[in-house]
Ligand binder design. Structure first.
Ligand code: PEP
Ligand code: MG
Length: 322
């Protein structure tokens, strides 16, 4: 179909019949946006920039790694401002620090744990070192003021509604207007609707959500079949989050590896997610796949995948349904 060729190779994410699914980028610093960042807004927005609608996951860990002390205020402001200035579409979702004993940062002074993945990580670090989160939120708020670009800000590893409310309070106190959470813990997915009473958006991190839903270490090669994002139980959790978002009229995206699989992207669109965030190299194939399927076809893919016996069958049946 000649009419849809342009949308298949550039521009915003759309199904064949025009339903929008925003294509966003996962980045670790302004350098991932293909520009030096600091202070060259107009040049950076020009040629050479990745064709995406924004940044869906800015992992801020890089700033904190290999440090004896937390980065200072000015350094943090500069790093966040560089991304806010250069992001396509002026849309950036900043994730606050995701550290813990699995991603250890000496200056946090966390106690040794036998089960780091189940311990004090992500937002939970703010239980013992709240000042680290507060300082980060101060720096994000200042970067927003300096650049005039309002970031969306979300916390990793949110588990309860109370944690979401606490995080939202800290962020809103600083004038941050769009506050959300990553859904990486099944308990959070099960309470997605209630989370959205406190928050403006959700972003499903399928890497950790798989790990915690299937009780399978995400680094464990022997368990890769359990961590397959085509697992129906994982997709069920994503579906519940998307349904809660639709009900609340709030965006629910996916920012884990699942979003980078072109065929699975049609399933996720069919489940009702509003954005897909991935590395820049994955964007063209995902855009093309969405543009080749109508929303009705995506919904059929979602139905098939939710009903499949296992990931291999899900892939086979969905691939055969085109
Ligand atoms: C995830 O868990 O899916 C995610 C996007 O976060 P990270 O990979 O940084 O843990
Ligand atoms: Mg994660």
């Amino acid at each position: 179909d000649a009419r849809r060729r342009p949308s298949a190779s550039s521009g915003p994410g759309r199904t064949a019949d025009g339903h929008p699914v925003a294509l966003l980028l996962n980045i670790g610093s302004a350098a991932d946006l293909g520009s030096p960042g600091a202070g060259h807004a107009s040049a950076a927005r020009g040629a050479g920039q990745v064709d995406a609608e924004g940044v869906g996951l800015f992992r801020t860990e890089f700033l904190f790694l290999d440090r004896r002390e937390a980065p200072g205020h000015e350094e943090q402001v500069a790093a966040y401002a560089a991304v806010l200035r250069t992001a396509p579409g002026g849309h950036v979702v900043i994730r606050t620090l995701d550290a813990g004993t699995d991603k250890p940062l000496p200056f946090l002074g966390l106690a040794e744990e036998t089960n780091p993945a189940l311990g004090v990580r992500g937002l939970r670090v703010s239980r013992v070192r709240p000042e680290v989160l507060d300082a980060q939120l101060d720096a994000i708020a200042e970067a927003a003021r300096t650049t005039g670009v309002e970031p969306w800000v979300m916390a990793p590893m949110v588990t309860t509604v109370g944690e979401a409310a606490d995080f939202a309070g800290r962020a809103r106190d600083r004038g941050i207007a769009r506050v959300g959470a990553m859904v990486e813990v099944p308990a959070a997915a099960l309470r997605a609707g209630r989370l959205l009473d406190e928050l403006d958006f959700l972003s499903v991190g399928t890497n950790d959500l798989s790990q915690y839903a299937f009780a399978a270490d995400r680094q464990h090669g022997e368990l890769a079949d359990l961590l397959d994002p085509w697992q129906a139980a994982l997709l069920r959790l994503v579906a519940d989050c998307a349904a809660a978002g639709r009900e609340a009229g709030r965006p629910v995206g996916v920012c884990g590896e699942a979003a980078a699989d072109p065929l699975l992207a049609t399933v996720l669109a069919g489940l009702g997610v509003t954005s897909l965030s991935m590395s820049a190299s994955a964007v063209p194939a995902v855009r093309e796949s969405l543009a080749a399927h109508s929303l009705a076809r995506c919904r059929e893919h979602a139905r098939i995948a939710l009903d499949a016996d296992d990931p291999a069958q899900a892939r086979r049946l969905v691939a055969g349904d085109r």
